[in-house]
Design a protein around this ligand. Structure first.
Ligand code: ADP
Ligand code: MG
Length: 335
């Protein structure tokens, strides 16, 4: 690496323009705006997610992982809508220590490396953004743009139907436990389980390929990504659809590491309400179940039917005896 970038434009040219090279419409990040020329027959699916140091990550977390998490939390929203990643725009508000001459000026290079890695892994190039200084904490916001076929109904939260089954990808609760482990809980847990949980917290695996395929399966009615917690996000589907869901606690997919925590400490409710899973929860007609399992197994992804949709309101979780388990807090809320 050469001399430190001397100003905003050097910084953009040096660290961010390479991540825009795969997207001609970004114009090398040298113009006022990017040009989007989506393929004919596509519609744009757009979302944004911000991350603030001290709220969503710790300022001393590895910068490349912060960058990848910023991309992946947004990719997870695109995945839940069945969209194909197209391009992203990123706003970064930097405290002075991160600017050229500051004590953390190496941070941007490491951050850009993480961005570049995921831009390439998910074919999700940078098309623009804004860079500014701030007197507050390091603040990052990504706007994600995806594509979906014009001729197909979009995969929304509001489409659930009474009689649907509820499915979830992957395993639930790992990221929440990973954060707890990082903060010193479950000290007696075996090292490989600790490592697996922390990894799930630090580096989400957005279900991008699965979401795209899911949107094309007949009988899939509603979907959301699990970012605030399974019960909260399924609750969003229920509210948007004017229906209720019942989950069977015994069917919840748990990783080996989460099973080990459960054996040590009976903390099941936390798995249902802890955030940051970045799985997809969706509802589909029972007749779709074989096609859904075939799709998931093609992709090497775990898929579990965990409950059903019916008339009423809200999400209830039933234990083995059919009794409702009470959940004190339904999910992560900022305020
Ligand atoms: P303006 O002066 O109108 O605010 P800028 O000079 O900030 O525009 O931006 C110049 C170019 O650099 C634009 O194409 C913008 O999209 C891009 N850009 C600025 N900051 C970022 C960033 N953090 N990530 C990606 N592109 C950026
Ligand atoms: Mg600017």
């Amino acid at each position: 690496m050469g001399a430190p970038a001397s100003g905003e434009f050097d910084l953009i040219a040096r660290y961010f323009a390479p991540i825009a090279a795969a997207f001609p419409g970004a114009l090398g990040l040298k113009d006022d705006a990017a040009i989007f020329d989506p393929p004919a027959g596509s519609r744009l699916v757009v979302t944004a997610d911000a991350m603030v140091a001290g709220v969503h990550f710790m300022a001393d977390d590895p910068p490349d992982l912060i960058a990848r998490k910023l991309m992946r939390v947004n990719l997870s929203d695109l995945a839940a809508k069945g969209a194909t990643p197209y391009a992203c725009l990123m706003t970064i508000c930097l405290p002075p220590i991160y600017l050229p001459g500051g004590t953390e000026e190496g941070w941007i290079a490491a951050f850009a490396q993480g961005l570049a890695a995921d831009a390439s892994e998910y074919a999700f190039p940078l098309a623009g953004g804004d860079t500014t200084r701030t007197p507050g904490p390091l603040t990052l916001s990504l706007t994600a743009v995806g594509l979906a076929p014009m001729g197909r109904a979009p995969l929304l939260r509001s489409g659930a139907q009474a009689g649907d089954l509820v499915f979830v990808t992957g395993t639930i609760g790992d990221a929440h436990l990973g954060l707890a482990v990082q903060q010193g809980e479950f000290a007696a847990l075996a090292p490989q389980h600790r490592a697996a949980l922390i990894e799930r917290y630090r580096l989400p695996q957005p279900r991008v390929a699965f979401g795209q395929a899911l949107a094309a399966v007949p009988g899939v009615h509603a979907a959301a990504d699990v970012s605030d917690g399974l019960v909260a996000d399924l609750g969003h589907i229920c509210a948007a659809s004017g229906l209720a869901a019942r989950l069977q606690a015994g069917k919840l997919p748990l990783s080996a590491a989460a099973e080990a925590v459960m054996a040590m400490a009976g903390i099941g409710a936390r798995l249902l309400t802890g955030g940051d899973d970045y799985e997809i929860v969706f509802t589909a007609a029972p007749a779709a179940e074989p096609a859904l399992h075939a799709l998931a197994s093609d992709q090497g992804l775990k898929l579990t039917a965990i409950g059903s949709v019916g008339h009423g309101q809200g999400v209830s979780v039933l234990d083995g005896a059919g009794d409702v388990i009470s959940l004190v807090q339904k999910g992560y809320r900022h305020f």
